[in-house]
Ligand binder design. Structure first.
Ligand code: ZN
Length: 275
């Protein structure tokens, strides 16, 4: 039986070189896709109020707002900036009705080799914003990123780490399961089960290409790589996840160079056949 396209979302990053917010909303709707994930700088381009109106008028659901975090810094002023920024992102997520605000922890501060200390700063940072997010009705989705990004993007690298944070932070905090980042983890199935329905806040899909030519910008379309997406999707469903599947593909040399309507068409096809 065909999957419901109302449960399919596309992250704007997937066509970021081709379409702006208005074009994404129009294009995704034209392809029958039910949702969109939005980046904060795209909201800034058109202004938050206007962006919220455009999104509302499109009828698309917002599977997530990308992103805030990068908590660790070498001084108190830097850490404070991150917290201010995070609270602003919470307000934006509330304004556009995002299903979650994606939290990316950030990596080591410049010059630092203190990974444990950096992780502690992330913990402390999240603890300082969680109440604000709760009050705004915005769910924080901690996204573990593949360990290859531990230095510069995200020092939270496994579901276990993310869920330990969730346990400590309590209500309103969960995880974004991005297959690209966690597919390799032998604890993944257990992590998804441990998260459970209330803490599984997002499901990001794409594929891992072999070989991968660029660690950031060579993600594959679902079905073109080695990730067993139906297996992981099954684990998500078994754990009670009933949110959207969000296509998130950073692909400088392939998908960003294609006709965006073709990207949407193929994403819909692969959602049906390879997820
Ligand atoms: Zn993601």
């Amino acid at each position: 039986m065909a999957k419901d396209l109302a449960k399919l979302s596309i992250n704007m990053a997937t066509v970021q070189e081709q379409w702006n917010l208005a074009q994404c909303l129009d294009g995704f709707a034209r392809h029958g896709i039910g949702g969109i994930a939005v980046w904060r700088h795209r909201l800034a381009e058109v202004g938050l109020k206007e962006a919220a109106r455009m999104i509302r008028d499109s009828g698309l659901a917002v599977s997530g707002l990308c992103r805030a975090g990068y908590f660790a810094a070498n001084d108190a002023a830097g850490r404070q900036r991150a917290l201010d920024e995070f609270r602003q992102a919470v307000d934006e997520a509330a304004t556009i009705g995002a299903a979650c605000l994606v939290a990316v922890a950030g990596g080591l501060p410049e010059g630092s080799k203190d990974l444990a200390g950096t992780r502690r700063q992330v913990w402390e940072g999240l603890a300082k914003v969680v109440e604000f997010a709760r009050a705004a009705g915005v769910r924080i989705a901690i996204e573990p990123l593949h360990p290859m990004y531990a230095a510069d993007r995200c020092c939270i690298n496994t579901m276990t780490q993310a869920l330990d944070l969730c346990d400590a932070l309590g209500e309103g905090v969960g995880v974004a399961v991005d297959c690209y980042h966690v597919w390799w983890d032998p604890e993944l199935q257990r992590g998804i089960g441990r998260a459970g329905k209330t803490r599984l806040l997002a499901f990001h899909i794409c594929d891992w290409l072999v070989p991968t030519r660029d660690l950031l910008l060579d993600r594959g379309m679902m079905g073109d790589g080695v990730i067993d997406l139906p297996l992981i999707r099954g684990w998500m469903q078994a754990a009670g996840y009933d949110g959207m599947a969000e296509v998130e593909i950073f692909s400088a040399e392939n998908w960003w160079k294609r006709d965006p309507d073709e990207v949407c068409r193929i994403a819909v096809e692969r959602y049906q056949s390879a997820v």
